[in-house]
Design a protein around this ligand. Sequence first.
Ligand code: C2E
Ligand code: MG
Ligand code: MG
Ligand code: MG
Length: 276
Amino acid sequence: AAKAERRGSCRSFEVAMDEAAQAKSRLETDLRKAVQEGELEVYYQPLLNLETGAVECCEALLRWNHAERGQVSPEVFVPLAEELGLIDKLGRFVLQTACREATRWPEQIRVSVNVSPVQFRNGNLLSTVINALANSGLDAGRLELEITEAVLMEQGPRPAAIIRNLRAFGIGISLDDFGTGYSSLSYLLNYPFTKIKIDKSFILNLHEEASSRAVIRAVIGLGRSLGLAVAAEGIESDVEREYLRSEGCTQGQGFLFGRPQPGSMLEFAGMSSRKT
Ligand code: C2E
Ligand code: MG
Ligand code: MG
Ligand code: MG
């Protein structure tokens, strides 16, 4: 009986594996198509100066509007695109679109774009970025790239050389999701970052957990003493905003200030007429 049962559960495991593999391959087909057929769209979420309330930057966040599935999360399709070798194409699309749209914003507002570790590996990131700036006419000083520690864990001198080159053009480099990886201090000292973004998990637990508040305070102190801007993501309440402001956090991003939205919906004080 035990043997039969084992065989039974084994078979259903195989069926489940099969179904998962099929679902994944359908998603792959759809993603290749989405890239061709323009189902991908760039949304923007503001980062505000916590002292003045002014919008200083907007982060470009990729969206996939799937005909049947609805909106698919980038947490799902970005890793898939990396695996399928589609991330360069996606990355190019986001950079081109974000730079072009940002030229319509007031010039004190920058645009930040997330870059995958895989884009660093493939070798053409620098030219992709330079092309996006040249095609749009956006000033390099208005572009920031957001990278995670995963980029820095690549072996060899490559990421460091690319980052230094980007900085030499005047492009800002933010360390995203800080506090979730190794958060090695040597990264902060050895790479020319311009901003640290505290991961939203710390903001989420700020009320209940003294340890989250301790991390937040430490990162803000670290950033300030290194002369870097410090941004907090995931701010949803006035209490969180006020805490971060009083601790000296420079910028804030979160649903309290605005959700990610299409470029055509953005409105800034003093914005000139919009072309789409
Ligand atoms: P991220 O770069 O850390 O982006 C911040 C995420 O936090 C976004 O999720 C944003 O919508 C969400 N968020 C912002 N404020 C709040 C808040 O107050 N509460 C909560 N609960 N969430 C908030 P999103 O847009 O789903 O993106 C998820 C991740 O996907 C991004 O994390 C980034 O790692 C990746 N991603 C998005 N677009 C791109 C892209 O164009 N290229 C690459 N390589 N990765 C991307
Ligand atoms: Mg980001
Ligand atoms: Mg982040
Ligand atoms: Mg993240």
